[in-house]
Ligand binder design. Structure first.
Ligand SMILES: Cc1cc2nc3c(=O)[nH]c(=O)nc-3n(C[C@H](O)[C@H](O)[C@H](O)COP(=O)(O)O)c2cc1C
Length: 170
């Protein structure tokens, strides 16, 4: 749990595939005095417009979606494995139905201009630069639609954020 030290993009190294898919992240966003966090395991880290970028994918039926639409910034908190049950909870229950940050027992902090979680080993604070809804006509493999949007047809919106601050306990 905090204190973190701040890293430059050049000092930061991560295995982007395992970071999201294995560790999971808490996407946390604040808009109009409402804060919400949801678990994500799909996303990316890379470079665009000569900037370090983080990409996340949020289905339109998430409560987080409305906040992502309004907010200018979002954060990604990567927590150690001991918090797996909390991430499972934040990735199952909706902030529409209950105050799930309070329910999780995790510690919300504001760091670098965005809400994030003190229990995280790594926090990325991102400025939203681009957002685009996935288009059914743009899939080049039709099986993806059936496999991922058959039961829940709410397509993901792609959000790309420039990584402004990196806080790490390493
Ligand atoms: C491991 C895991 C990964 C998830 N990844 C994503 C994701 O990348 N994008 C997404 O839209 N939902 C994802 N979800 C589902 C949301 O976290 C879940 O629907 C959550 O309850 C939404 O909360 P909200 O309604 O408060 O925004 C994931 C859930 C889990 C458990």
């Amino acid at each position: 749990m905090q204190p973190w030290k701040e890293l430059t993009p050049a000092e930061f190294s991560a295995h982007s595939f395992t970071l999201y898919d294995k560790d999971w992240a808490l996407l946390t966003v604040e808009a109009a005095d409402r804060v919400n966090a949801m678990t994500i395991s799909w996303g990316g880290l890379g470079t665009l417009w000569s900037s370090p970028m983080a990409t996340v994918y949020v289905r339109q039926n998430r409560y987080t979606y409305g906040l992502m639409e309004e907010a200018d910034t979002f954060s990604l908190s990567f927590l150690p494995g001991q918090y797996r049950d909390k991430l499972q909870y934040l990735g199952t229950v909706s902030g529409r139905d209950e105050d799930k940050i309070a329910g999780s027992g995790l510690t919300l902090v504001h760091e670098g201009g965005a809400p994030a979680f003190a229990e995280a080993g790594l926090v990325l604070v991102c400025k939203k630069l681009y957002a685009q809804l996935m288009e059914p006509g743009c899939f080049t493999d039709d099986s993806i639609m059936g496999r991922h949007y058959g039961k829940d047809p709410s397509l993901h919106k792609i959000y790309m954020g420039r990584v402004e601050r990196i806080f790490s306990d390493q």
